[in-house]
Write a protein that binds this ligand. Structure first.
Ligand code: PMV
Length: 360
């Protein structure tokens, strides 16, 4: 693994002031990442659909200062100053300082907003940290004009990973693989890469409706969850299974075998939660309505001969996945039968997207 490629080796052409705005999305894994070693190296490869509508928009204003011992920054979220967001971002800066030495040369003012409700249970770390990483890479590109665009995306993904593992899958789309895997050319534990093969049309504009089952804080953070895979009795089998599932998923995405897709995606979701159920300490992130929804999805699929399926993140919310050609009937089913099982009847309609976009 060539980590050195991400160190700044050229001389920097400092500017006094700069400002960049990026919009970066969340993503939903089909083959899940659960278990890692330092520094954010995944125990198995994963693949996700990049989302489109669930995103963060972040602006960073950079003002040149005398080189400082500590990173100087302020954070505003949806217009208000947020001291409580600073420790997580400070930790991120600490992790990337070796690769972005210029962060000590600027006062940074970070303004961020999410397209989805805060504390909706949708992980904002993937979109939030990839947005900060993208702004930093815009600055780096200005300080080193010779950098090429492919390297900029790769390094943005590399930096995002150091903030929150799955964030490295949010830069491109519609499908991104993270983790070294023999059948995915160019794949790496250090950054996400676009799924390199042609995708069957059934999987284009793939729909994801996120049912907000529980808006509360999770009892167990994903950081703790990953740690519990350390001496988990099923860990090694799980890591091997996930890598095998990625091989299967690669074939399915190319040949359009949607029945196998449904089987694999749901099995991955339940296996992720099975790892939680069998950790020590054990924990349950699903809520009664999560299960109720799953059963209703299965019933609908059977009765209507539909290709609807579900996946889960590390939480109680349900992602309902289906092909674009079933949009009308599935949205009606969700509104009529599933929305009442959501917190305040809230759900978010999303679709696979193409990753980070520079706004200014
Ligand atoms: O990126 P983290 O550390 O929040 O972990 C995310 C793990 C899952 O969302 C449960 C699975 C995945 O691959 O996204």
């Amino acid at each position: 693994m060539d980590i050195d490629q991400f160190l700044v080796k050229s001389s920097l052409q400092f500017v006094d002031k700069a400002s960049f705005t990026w919009q970066t999305p969340s993503n939903i894994a089909l083959v899940k990442y659960w278990g890692k070693s330092e520094p954010q190296i995944p125990k198995n490869a994963s693949i996700s659909f990049t989302l489109n509508n669930c995103h963060t928009i972040t602006t960073i204003e950079f003002q040149k200062i005398e080189k400082s011992e500590e990173v100087q920054f302020e954070v505003f979220f949806e217009g208000s100053k947020k001291e409580e967001f600073k420790p997580k971002i400070a930790k991120f800066f600490q992790r990337i300082q070796e690769y972005c030495p210029y962060i000590f040369e600027y006062q940074m003012t970070i303004h961020s907003q999410n397209s989805f409700p805060h504390s909706s249970g949708i992980a904002s770390s993937a979109s939030g940290l990839s947005a900060i990483a993208s702004c930093l890479m815009s600055l780096e590109q200005q300080l080193i004009p010779a950098l090429n665009a492919d390297f900029v995306i790769k390094k943005a993904s590399f930096l995002s990973r150091l903030g929150s593992g799955s964030a490295c899958r949010s830069l491109e789309g519609p499908l991104v693989v993270w983790g070294n895997h023999p059948i995915i050319e160019g794949s790496s534990d250090l950054f996400g890469v676009k799924f390199p093969h042609k995708i069957h049309p059934i999987f284009s504009n793939y729909q994801d409706v996120i049912l907000l089952v529980d808006k509360g804080e999770k009892q167990v953070s994903s950081t703790v969850g990953h740690e519990l895979m350390f001496d988990h009795p099923f860990a090694e089998n799980r890591f091997q299974q996930a890598n095998e599932n990625l091989t299967k998923m690669s074939t399915i995405l190319q040949n359009g075998d949607i029945t196998s897709f449904i089987n694999l995606v749901e099995s991955e979701a339940l296996t992720l939660h099975a790892m939680m159920l069998t950790s020590n300490p054990y924990f349950i992130l699903m809520k009664p309505n999560t299960l109720e929804i799953i059963h209703k999805i299965w019933k609908f699929r059977q009765e209507k001969n539909s290709n609807i399926c579900f996946t889960l993140d590390a939480g109680a919310n349900v992602h309902v996945l289906f092909p674009e050609n079933e949009k009308e009937t599935v949205l009606q089913f969700i509104e009529n039968e599933l929305s009442s099982l959501c917190y305040k009847k809230e759900y978010i309609c999303d679709v696979s997207g193409f990753g980070a976009k520079q706004r200014s």
